[in-house]
Write a protein that binds this ligand. Structure first.
Ligand code: NDP
Length: 287
């Protein structure tokens, strides 16, 4: 038996369609959601992401503001730009593309963004709100993973979830979201002992490691749902953190790379921008 493929690309297209409809309704009331993306430097992967984000922002009817700054921009100048975007009523969401150049204090930059416009959900206030079960802006990649899990499994309550990776961007917020949905969550990382046995206990296995094919087929519990967050560029093209072919023979369902988590991430960025716009205008949160 081979696993069901969880089609993130199709899911993201449906999500964007729904967002476009809601943007239309907002525009009819004179409100146009705006997303500002700031890119510092010329990291090739970041350039690809920023271009895709701008294109999809415009496609759903939102305004896209793109700010490209040279790699040697001072932290002071970047903070000044963020200040202007915070004050700009046409900007509802602000995303500073990571990673930033080495000479910048990433935490200081992230925490300079108005938390209400922090569509990446990385501001310390949003991290705290999520951790305490309050209304927060939720990081896009784990939010997309959660949507696919809920869609495929329904209620996540009581399920055993293992998240491999503890980054602030993926692993930790993923674990918080699963916990909020009452899964029993374990977070694994590079110091975890006997990772294969731990993974074999998981009904839900999320891999966010950054190593091609790291999770082997025999680490997977038969029938488990596997979410592969990894994006690794190899001579054979883009591959995930899971040994896909081997995993597919054991898992119940799995996200492919590409076409799984990646497209959902950008769709969730648009969803967060819509949410930020709704909250700013005292409208109910979008569905
Ligand atoms: P980080 O490098 O920040 O974190 C990787 C995590 O994996 C760390 O917590 C690390 O543990 C853990 N790890 C590394 N080696 C091992 C090991 N041998 N055993 C167990 N755990 C290990 O990466 P990110 O979280 O930012 O990203 C993870 C992957 O997801 C990358 O491939 C990235 O490209 C991709 N990604 C995809 C996105 C998408 O839209 N689809 C968005 C964001 C990321 P420790 O903390 O102990 O070092």
């Amino acid at each position: 038996m081979t696993a069901t493929l969880i089609d993130g690309k199709a899911f993201a297209a449906r999500l964007r369609q729904g967002i476009a409809g809601q943007v239309d309704a907002m525009r009819a009331r004179g409100i146009t959601p705006g997303l500002a993306v700031v890119l510092v430097g010329e990291d090739p992967a970041s350039q690809v992401y920023v271009r895709a984000k701008g294109k999809q922002t415009r496609e759903v009817g939102m305004t896209s503001f793109e700010h490209r700054l040279p790699a040697d921009t001072s932290e002071r100048d970047l903070l000044a730009l963020i200040g202007r975007l915070n004050d700009d009523p046409a900007v509802n969401g602000i995303l500073v593309q990571l990673p930033l150049p080495e000479h910048m204090d990433e935490a200081a930059i992230i925490n300079a963004v108005d938390p209400a416009k922090d569509v990446d959900g990385f501001h310390i206030l949003n991290v705290g709100l999520l951790a305490t079960g309050q209304k927060a802006m939720v990081p896009c990649t784990p939010l997309g993973c959660l949507m696919m899990l809920r869609d495929h499994l329904g209620d996540l309550s009581g399920r055993r979830a293992v998240v491999v990776g503890r980054s602030n961007i993926v692993g930790k917020p993923m674990a918080q979201l699963l916990l909020r949905d009452s899964a029993t969550v374990t977070i694994a990382h590079s110091r975890t002992q006997d990772l294969p046995s731990l993974c074999r206990e998981a009904d839900i296995l999320v891999a966010a490691v950054g190593r091609p094919g790291f999770v082997k087929g025999d680490w997977i519990k038969p029938g488990a749902t596997v979410i592969d967050v990894g994006i690794n560029r190899t001579p054979d093209g883009l591959v995930g953190d899971v040994d896909f072919e081997a995993a597919r023979a054991v898992a119940g369902a799995i996200t492919p790379v590409p076409g799984g988590v990646g497209p959902m991430t950008i769709a969730c960025l648009l969803a967060n921008t819509l949410t930020a716009t709704a909250r700013k205008n005292d409208l109910p949160d979008p569905e």
